[in-house]
Design a protein around this ligand. Structure first.
Ligand SMILES: Cc1cc2nc3c(=O)[nH]c(=O)nc-3n(C[C@H](O)[C@H](O)[C@H](O)COP(=O)(O)O)c2cc1C
Length: 360
């Protein structure tokens, strides 16, 4: 084992302030405005949404549209997807001065990732993953990190994480689900394997998956002994999750809108955020839910936020019917209701955009 690499990885983590509470990479959802909101309420490190390395290197507008940041938006890890080491390096070089690390997406389970050979499908190509980590590490001037899903086979997972560390990965995030645990089959997250990986590796390890409340955050840190906890869906529903306090979601939605205006968030991002932030209130005021689905301008979205705020249609975050729990507790897959389907469609819009670009 290269002791120098391990020491460098820890030095890097400590220089960031040893962050414990992480905002996950989320396509169309971990954009600058949302990152700034969660940072205000306890997030100590945030990831950009996944950026497509090939499109970034080929398109004149992609970087400007999908990679926005500002000096206060630190520490920041930029996540890239792709399978060609040279293209990944080229994309990383375009943004390395504006972030603290380049993260490789080894977890996306969607069909588009199968087609483009990235995410959890790339994880199947052991040698290629290790080459990508090594090549990136030696060609860029910031650390390389990885975010993986687990395999069904525990030994295969453990062996591979060790190899990823040896290849030069400085921080490993483990989403404790397999790529088959997706969409209606999400199911339980395996913290046990995350604990085993933490014990095995020498670099910092982050846990991802299965966090809904502040007590889950504490329990995950305690049970897995990881260095940090990363949240995605629960943070979307409650951007103040990492503050450990219960906040009024209507107030947070207003704050989000201010930041969305300030940082020029795209309407697709705003709409998808509001569906989750206001999920419980919109369950009561279904007329506003329909209005939100068809809203076309920033002001139309803002108007709905204000109306709901005035109605005080707030249901306590601890209520078990929040957005994150909409299917997580089900033993059997349940059909999604129409509005949820709509939200999922919105979330997939960037995938479609990438697909279209792929075809060009
Ligand atoms: C809207 C949305 C977008 C996502 N986009 C990404 C992404 O760009 N990159 C990535 O590695 N994971 C992505 N994920 C997966 C999350 O980062 C995370 O691994 C997963 O949701 C499990 O964490 P959770 O249980 O806290 O939600 C996304 C998840 C959601 C809900």
């Amino acid at each position: 084992m290269d002791d120098h690499h391990i020491e460098q990885a820890w030095q890097f983590y400590r220089n960031l302030g040893s962050p414990k509470f992480i905002c996950a990479p989320m396509v169309d959802q971990s954009e600058l405005a949302f990152r700034m909101l969660t940072r205000k309420y306890g997030t100590t490190l945030a990831y950009t949404p996944m950026l497509h390395s090939r499109i970034m290197t080929e398109s004149k507008t992609y970087k400007e549209e999908f990679f926005t940041t500002c000096p206060e938006d630190r520490p920041l890890f930029a996540q890239l997807c792709g399978h060609d080491p040279q293209i990944l390096i080229k994309a990383a070089l375009m943004i390395q001065d504006q972030c603290d690390a380049i993260d490789i997406n080894l977890g996306c389970p969607q069909g588009i990732a199968r087609k483009g050979l990235y995410g959890a499908y790339l994880l199947e190509k052991r040698e290629l993953v290790l080459t990508i980590v090594k090549e990136l590490k030696s060609n860029i001037n910031i650390p390389v990190t990885c975010k993986i899903r687990i395999f069904k086979d525990t030994k295969r997972t453990l062996d591979f994480t060790k190899e990823i560390q040896q290849a030069g990965c400085s921080i490993l995030t483990v989403h404790g689900r397999t790529k088959e645990q997706n969409k209606d089959f999400v199911g339980q997250c395996d913290w046990n394997i995350i604990a085993q990986i933490k014990q095995l590796l020498q670099i910092p390890v982050f846990a991802n998956g299965g966090i809904y409340t502040w007590s889950d955050v504490e329990r995950c840190l305690q049970e897995t002994k990881v260095d940090a906890v990363m949240s995605s869906e629960a943070l979307l529903e409650n951007p103040a999750l990492f503050s450990g306090q219960i906040k009024d979601l209507n107030e947070l939605a207003i704050e989000y809108m201010q930041l969305a205006k300030q940082y020029n968030a795209r309407l697709a991002e705003i709409k998808a955020h509001l569906f989750k932030l206001l999920y419980t209130g919109l369950q009561i005021h279904t007329d506003l839910r329909s209005k939100l689905a068809s809203a076309k301008t920033f002001d139309e979205h803002l108007d709905i936020v204000i109306q709901l705020h005035n109605l005080r249609a707030h249901v306590n975050k601890q209520d078990k019917f929040g957005w994150y729990k909409r299917y997580q507790n089900f033993k059997q897959p349940q059909p999604k209701d129409q509005e949820i389907q709509k939200i999922d469609n919105i979330i997939q819009q960037q995938d479609l955009l990438i697909q279209n670009n792929d075809q060009e």
